[in-house]
Design a protein around this ligand. Structure first.
Ligand code: GDP
Ligand code: MG
Length: 438
């Protein structure tokens, strides 16, 4: 999914203005990308509608180019679609908090019971008790016992055919031992059937779990949403755990489950090991799907640090040829706050693919020198570089501790740059390398 989306959005970068045609083209690609990732059809439809509305309604911010702006909107909407906030387990007012794990066969219920026990032990110093509620495959009880032994967590099991009875006894055991969590493993089927649902409902009546978590295999894509809807009809599910995300490159299940069922995703399974469980963060998942984590943070940074109005003011000064050393120092400081200059320059609309800017870099030391020189100027000198005669220049050099020759060079470069910028704002790009330090 991420590859396809990136391709779609790359076509947009470098354009100066966002148009309805841009949005339509990007939307078409995003739609295909999502459908290819096996995201539910209706979810895709709604998503595209929202993206279009958001993109059209917004003015292009001066600190972003159209491609970046659409990426940002897509990222925000993906995050929203997956629930926005992280959701945690419901806690019981008195111990134990009860968690029931349900789901189809092979989705990872038993493994996830172990992972969650380990997670609670590590993060909350918890003392969970596990109840073996899958009695239909003899190996299932042994599997849970083995996991319990590995984690040094007690497992309650019984040679009994009545699962609700077993659960009742298990809960009594937890009360006796003052366990703060009880995690109930249950049986699954290859598909939802009445008998399975009936048993799960009877367990619920005995245990009244605070958390009924549906375990969903991420690799099943949007089929996962059908399962979720089915289980949710009969049981009061409180959330979803998405397993096998390590094997899922498409992200379809993660995107669909929440949108279709309204159920929050609490955790994700990222491998077979008992440590491979992570709390679910919608924003991080969105970035992962977009495959653009770095780019997104850069965009955020640009927005925080760069005031679009400020940029327009500077451009105007350049056009009017009133850009002075005060503006220059403001610009240098803005730029320094934002970080690596070569990366930043590429974020300027239209500059990303400019071959002249391929190997640009501006050493921090040189910026500091330049700043020191400007700081040693009087306000009048900063406003009008033309009054900088030799004696003033010598004073500035002494004040800043920088050689007169370098002061002269800097002033000369500033004048050239100013002239060049003025041309640039009227469309001529030649001579950018004459900006001081470039
Ligand atoms: P259950 O039938 O729902 O109880 O499923 P199990 O817990 O027995 O897991 C079925 C298989 O999926 C096992 O081989 C697990 O090791 C594997 N599994 C479970 N969770 C994950 C996961 O997050 N990632 C991967 N790669 N495998 C997993
Ligand atoms: Mg199992």
């Amino acid at each position: 999914l991420s590859e396809r989306l990136q391709k779609a959005l790359r076509n947009l970068t470098g354009k100066g203005k966002i148009s309805e045609a841009d949005i339509n083209e990007a939307s078409r690609e995003i739609r295909l990308a999502l459908l290819e990732a096996d995201v539910n059809f209706k979810v895709v439809k709604d998503f595209i509608k929202t993206i279009k509305k958001e993109a059209l309604g917004k003015e292009v911010q001066e600190s972003l180019n159209p491609g970046q702006q659409i990426i940002k909107i897509v990222d925000q909407e993906l995050t929203k679609m997956m629930g926005e906030e992280s959701v945690t387990l419901n806690k019981a007012p008195h111990i134990p908090t009860i968690i029931m794990m349900v789901g189809l066969q092979g989705t990872g219920k038993t493994t996830t019971v172990g992972k969650l026990a380990n997670y609670l032990k590590k993060n909350e110093n918890a003392r969970p008790l596990l109840i073996a509620g899958d009695i239909y495959r003899p190996a299932a009880i042994d599997q849970l016992k083995q996991i319990g032994a590995d984690l040094e967590v007690p497992v309650y099991s019984e040679d009994n055919q009545d699962v609700p009875e077993i659960v009742k006894h298990g809960l009594a055991e937890a009360d006796k031992n003052k366990n703060d969590y009880v995690i109930i493993d249950t049986a699954g089927r290859l598909e939802i059937d009445e008998q399975l649902m009936d048993e799960l409902k009877r367990i619920t009546e005995v245990a009244h779990p605070e958390n009924t978590l549906l375990v969903v295999d991420a690799m099943t894509g949007q089929a996962a949403t059908k399962v979720a809807e089915g289980f949710n009809q009969d049981l009061d599910l409180t959330g979803v755990i998405l397993t096998k995300l390590d094997g899922d490159t498409r992200g379809g299940a993660a995107l669909s489950v929440r949108a279709v069922t309204g159920l929050p995703i609490l955790f994700t399974g990222q491998g077979e090991k008992l440590t491979a469980l992570e709390p679910f963060h919608p924003d991080r998942m969105a970035s992962r799907i977009l495959g653009m984590g770095d780019m997104l943070s850069l965009i955020e940074k640009a927005q925080q640090d760069y005031d679009a109005k400020e940029a327009e003011k500077v451009a105007q000064k350049m056009r009017e040829n009133t850009f002075d050393f005060n503006d220059f120092i403001d610009q240098l400081e803005q730029v320094q706050k934002m970080g690596p200059i070569d990366q930043l320059i590429k974020m300027i609309p239209g500059m990303a693919n400019n071959p002249a800017l391929k190997n640009i870099s501006m050493p921090e030391k040189q910026i500091d020198h330049t700043k020191a020189i400007v700081y040693s100027m009087t306000p009048a000198e900063r406003e009008d570089p033309d009054i900088l005669n030799p004696s003033r220049r010598r004073r500035i050099a002494a004040g800043s501790g920088i050689a007169v020759a370098e002061v002269n060079r800097m002033i000369k470069q500033f004048k050239q740059a100013k002239e060049m910028m003025q041309k640039m704002t009227s469309g001529n790009m030649k001579g950018l390398e004459n900006i001081p330090g470039m």
